[in-house]
Design a binder for this molecule. Structure first.
Ligand code: SAH
Length: 362
């Protein structure tokens, strides 16, 4: 829901300041239309139905994997593709993978999003609408990672704005992670922010030359400088930084490269997540499970804690940018309404709109 449009509309209708917070709380708890917001006057609900679209995003396509992973492809009002994923885990955790941009201006060579053209930054409302979609259709959600399309640190105002409201949807800041290629100004801003959001750093190669080949952004923000910024982040926040490392067969998965990575990282500061590569239309292949496990063992022998990230939704192209890339190969996608799904929970909260807007950072 375009929260700024909502605010403007309510102001024009002469509504009291608490109304916007009231409407937002309903949406955050999974309401699927203004009509179900029973403590909002009926005439106002009708007026809102006429003037404020319930979501800034139209659902274009949805894919479900056997493991419960759901991936949604949306279009913004101006027709830009946006992807988001819901991952369900056996321990009950329900994690959202959110996009911060449509496409991505960076060109990491193994990433499907990096191969498509950059659209634009998403607004805070467009980020929140990804979360609200799953909240409406799949129930409670409790974790979020900015690991969908885009580089969140290049759109940090909107990302932090969305993070300030995500707790109302069920996702505490402590259970939210922002993943970055190593965009230093953004890392520094996150370090200064009071929000206890986890920092994740996509490292992918301990060697500067190889890293520049995989991630051209390394020429702008070299690995050594990014690690220094991550360490300052740790000093200030006292929360470990997660290093993301996508495993590419014969490229970055050798024994020697594991040793080099381990020696680069301070074990107090970093925890490594090894990510099985989700094959895209690129020159890269996934490392074998055996190679990934061997790499992990070297890291832990060298004192670096490392886990292998579970692969979710592989058969539905759940990796970054894959669904949008595939859809655009089939020709221009056409908007398709969202709608349907579960009703809202009750809400007695009356958050003043000023507070909401402050939290959104506008
Ligand atoms: N731009 C940010 C966030 C988006 S990508 C970043 O780079 O961190 C989120 C993670 O998915 C990154 O670690 C990225 O390298 C990884 N990734 C991209 N394409 C992938 C693929 N095909 N398989 C597995 N991981 C991938």
């Amino acid at each position: 829901m375009d929260l700024k449009l909502l605010e403007r509309t309510l102001a024009e209708l002469g509504e009291p300041a608490y109304r916007a917070g009231q409407v937002w709380r309903w949406a955050a708890r999974g309401a699927d239309r203004f009509g179900s917001m029973t403590d909002v006057p009926a005439a106002l609900r009708d007026a809102l139905e006429q003037t404020v679209p319930f979501s800034t995003l139209a659902l274009e396509r949805e894919a479900r994997a056997r493991d419960g992973t759901v991936k949604a492809l949306f279009l913004t009002g101006d027709g830009k593709p946006v992807e988001a994923v819901l991952m369900r885990y056996r321990d009950g955790r329900r994690s959202l993978c959110l996009s911060s941009q449509s496409g991505c201006p960076l060109t990491c060579s193994f990433c499907a999003t990096g191969q498509m053209s950059f659209g634009r930054n998403l607004t805070a409302s467009e980020i929140l609408d990804q979360a609200l979609h799953f909240r409406r259709h799949a129930g409670a959600v409790d974790h979020a990672v900015f690991m969908g399309m885009g580089e969140p640190m290049m759109n940090l105002d909107a990302v932090l704005g969305a993070c300030s409201l995500l707790p109302d949807v069920g996702v505490a800041n402590r259970r939210t992670a922002i993943s970055t290629v190593g965009w230093i100004p953004g890392i520094e801003r996150l370090t200064e922010s009071p929000m206890p959001i986890r920092l994740a750093f996509s490292l992918h190669a301990a060697d500067e030359a190889l890293r520049s080949e995989l991630m051209p952004v390394n020429d702008r923000y070299p690995l050594a400088d990014v690690l220094a910024a991550c360490e300052r982040h740790y000093e200030r926040k006292r929360r470990r930084v997660f290093v993301e490392y996508v495993m590419l067969a014969g490229v970055n998965d050798s024994h020697a490269q594991a040793v080099q990575l381990a020696r680069l990282l301070d074990p107090r500061v970093y925890k490594v997540n090894l990510i099985p590569f989700n094959p895209t239309r690129s020159r890269f292949d996934a490392s074998s499970p055996k190679a990934i496990e061997a790499f992990r063992r070297v890291l832990s022998r060298e004192g670096i804690s490392a886990t292998v990230r579970l692969t979710r939704g592989r058969e539905i192209d759940a990796a970054c940018g894959q669904l949008a890339a595939r859809s655009s190969r089939r020709g221009q996608p056409s908007p398709l309404g969202g709608g349907g799904g579960g009703g809202g929970g009750g809400s007695t909260a009356t958050v003043a709109w000023a507070t909401l807007l402050d939290r959104l950072g506008s």
